[in-house]
Ligand binder design. Structure first.
Ligand code: AHR
Length: 657
């Protein structure tokens, strides 16, 4: 590469190792291709307590006593091994008819008025905020009116009461009750204590506590701070509910969307497949209440302006686990689930599943345009099942785009086989996954440059740079991973004629309950923050533009020469040219940009994300340690020099006349 020699004072001031400007030519005269509205989206999976204990704002763990260990999450501190008559009280689990979806409830026998208590520990504690209000609901059947009052208290670790309320159970039969508590102090590890006035027997079920303040203040809704972070990404799509959780360790444990809609209390709880996946991060208390179910995922997609992208089981359990297969002759119920899901999302009120959606509160369709068949399946077993789904979906809903999987790895025999077969099948969107080190991301920015322009479009559905190794618990969301992903993303954008959807994975992680790292957003029971990788995603998504335009240096795309990566788009709505520049070099570099094909009006801005150290991070203590900084930029004419700091991601926005 030849460089034009210039003396650039600013570069010297910045301490650039060389004062050579790299010429960049931007040609805005024509659109090379449209940037798809879905280009930058979100991958959601219930891993790391992302749903229960995370996005779903329920604070009580095992609220309906359905975990395998029925009282997991609950303790009865002042009962002991004494004989029953000496005990203050006891909780027994009553298992009702097996054909029910909510099978169990707790029967409390109280011997000692107010001497008995049961405490729920929440999801590694409950986060309560001073002066905030919390909605308690429960179901009770009070035998012979024996219990006069149910006392409900939020307590801290020293059992100090932070807030309290009570319920008068006035019916022998099951009845729903509600009450409100407010907290006197902020506490990250509060617990919920229940005690009783009166002696005798009372049954309780669905003991639930939600903050009053949720996203859009929906009752039983989602955590506001977490949805806000998602909303701020302006995501083009929301993929749900995973990930491997779709497949299940066994077929019986696959995700079945029909069991996740309708009345919340009738949604059958199930073990979460990440419960025992990693010996180094066991989570025996990880179950799925499905309070966040498919209706809520569609609603969330709508709320955040994202196109919904549900993924369903294709009849193969996770091939890293059992790999159980549904015989082809028995695949019908699985295919029917896909067809019914499309009806649930888009069908009118006269259709059975459209009516279910309407009855849940959304008469209008959810405007589903895409559906995924399988996650990380591989081999002929996948292809032969995919064919069955493809034929059935296209016969009934030709307008629905189908996402197919390409296995867990971005290269190798499984990948090559899937690519070749899916091409023959004229697959529309192929989901590729890459969990690789930072260097791989920098070295593969040209991955799609040579992809077949007549083949399937690409969904880069799961990717994240790993600072140590895939599934290592020591991976960090450090700055090197983030700017390396940014470098790679310029390659995704440069190939927007082939790459239609992209998403970082996984999305959310509870700091005390995660299984997989790195993750885009970390949270505890009170707070959350976006990682450095989050801000890279946000910058690309918020500045994606509408059309790809040409950006070259010495006549070729900028794919890592001199550790520089770049792409350019224009935005026909905001009338801007947007140049994304990623300097992965330890030294500052200067670029000399020449914009052709549009007249600039002299105003613009620079958004810069940078940090000095490769290991630098955001954290709860310093959530904005690495954070985009915006400044005005006023070019004189169409040529401009720009200094790119070491290890920096720069978005240059130029207004056109
Ligand atoms: O993102 C975590 C897991 O990684 C996903 O569940 C799976 O699809 C991939 O292997």
């Amino acid at each position: 590469m030849k460089y034009k020699l210039k003396i650039i004072t600013a570069a010297l001031l910045l301490g650039a190792a060389n004062a050579l400007a790299i010429d960049l030519e931007v040609d805005a005269s024509k659109s090379l291709t449209k940037i798809q509205p879905t280009m930058y989206g979100i991958f959601f999976e219930d891993i790391n307590f992302a749903a229960d204990g995370g996005l779903y704002a329920e604070m009580v763990k095992n609220r309906s006593f359905e975990f395998e260990n029925r009282l997991m999450g609950w303790k009865q501190p002042n009962t002991s091994a004494h004989s029953f008559n000496e005990q203050s009280g006891i909780a027994d689990i009553i298992h009702t008819a097996d054909n029910k979806t909510n099978k169990n409830f707790a029967r409390f026998t109280i011997n000692d008025d107010q001497g008995y208590e049961i405490i729920n520990e929440g999801f590694r504690g409950m986060g309560v905020k001073k002066d905030a209000r919390y909605n308690l609901t429960l179901k009770a059947a009070n035998h012979d009116g024996a219990i006069k009052k149910i006392l409900v208290q939020l307590i801290d670790k020293d059992k100090k009461v932070l807030g309290e309320t009570s319920i008068t159970p006035n019916a022998n039969e099951w009845k729903s009750y509600s009450a409100q508590l407010s907290a006197k102090a902020t506490e990250a590890k509060a617990q919920l204590k229940i005690s009783f006035v009166g002696k005798g027997t009372i049954d309780l079920d669905m003991i639930s506590l939600f903050p009053e303040e949720t996203w859009k203040n929906r009752k039983g809704g989602l955590r506001k701070d977490l949805v806000q972070l998602l909303y701020d990404l302006k995501p083009g799509f929301l993929r749900f509910p995973g990930g491997c959780i779709v497949e299940g360790r066994t077929l019986a444990e696959r995700y079945q969307w029909k069991k996740t809609v309708g009345n919340v209390e009738d949604r059958e709880s199930m073990i979460n497949r990440w419960n025992k996946e990693f010996a180094h991060k066991p989570a025996p208390d990880y179950f799925q209440s499905f309070g966040l179910g498919f209706y809520e995922y569609f609603q969330l997609s709508e709320d955040i302006g994202a196109s919904p992208l549900p993924i369903l089981s294709c009849g193969i359990a996770c091939q890293f686990n059992t790999g159980e297969l549904v015989p082809l002759a028995e695949l019908d119920p699985y295919v029917q689930d896909a067809l019914d899901l499309i009806e649930f999302a888009n069908g009118d009120l006269t259709t059975p599943w459209g009516k279910v959606r309407a009855d849940m509160g959304h008469p209008k369709p959810f405007n589903l345009k895409m559906i995924g068949v399988g996650n990380e399946q591989w081999g002929y077993q996948y292809i032969e099942r995919f064919k069955v789904f493809q034929a059935a979906i296209k016969a009934k809903y030709p307008e629905i785009q189908i996402v197919s999987g390409a296995g867990p790895f971005p290269e190798g025999p499984h990948f090559d086989y899937a690519q070749a077969e899916l091409k023959k099948l004229k697959a529309e969107l192929v989901d590729e996954h890459y969990y690789k080190d930072s260097k791989w991301f920098r070295e593969n920015a040209g991955r799609y440059d040579k992809y077949d322009r007549n083949g399937p479009k690409i969904f880069a559905g799961e990717y994240a740079a790993q600072s140590v190794a895939t599934v290592s618990p020591d991976n960090k969301n450090n700055w090197e991973t983030a700017f390396s992903e940014a470098a790679f993303m310029t390659g995704l954008e440069r190939n927007a004629d082939v790459v239609y959807l992209t998403s970082y994975a996984p999305l959310l992680a509870h700091v005390d309950a995660w299984q997989w790292t790195p993750d885009l957003i970390w949270f505890n029971n009170l707070e959350s923050y976006g990682t450095t990788n989050y801000y890279v995603q946000k910058l690309f998504s918020n500045n994606k533009g509408t059309d790809l335009i040409s950006l070259t240096s010495q006549g070729v795309p900028v794919t890592g020469q001199n550790n520089l990566f770049a792409s350019a788009t224009k935005d026909s709505t905001t009338k801007e040219i947007i140049v994304k520049l990623v300097n992965t070099d330890k030294n500052a570099q200067t670029v000399a940009i020449n914009v052709n094909g549009e007249k600039l009006n002299g105003s613009g801005k620079l958004i810069i994300l940078t940090s000095a150290g490769l290991d630098d991070l955001n954290s709860f203590e310093k959530p904005k340690n690495i954070y985009p900084v915006e400044k005005k930029f006023s070019p004189k004419g169409n040529k401009m020099d720009l200094d790119l700091g070491p290890y920096s991601v720069t978005i240059l926005k130029l207004k056109v006349k």
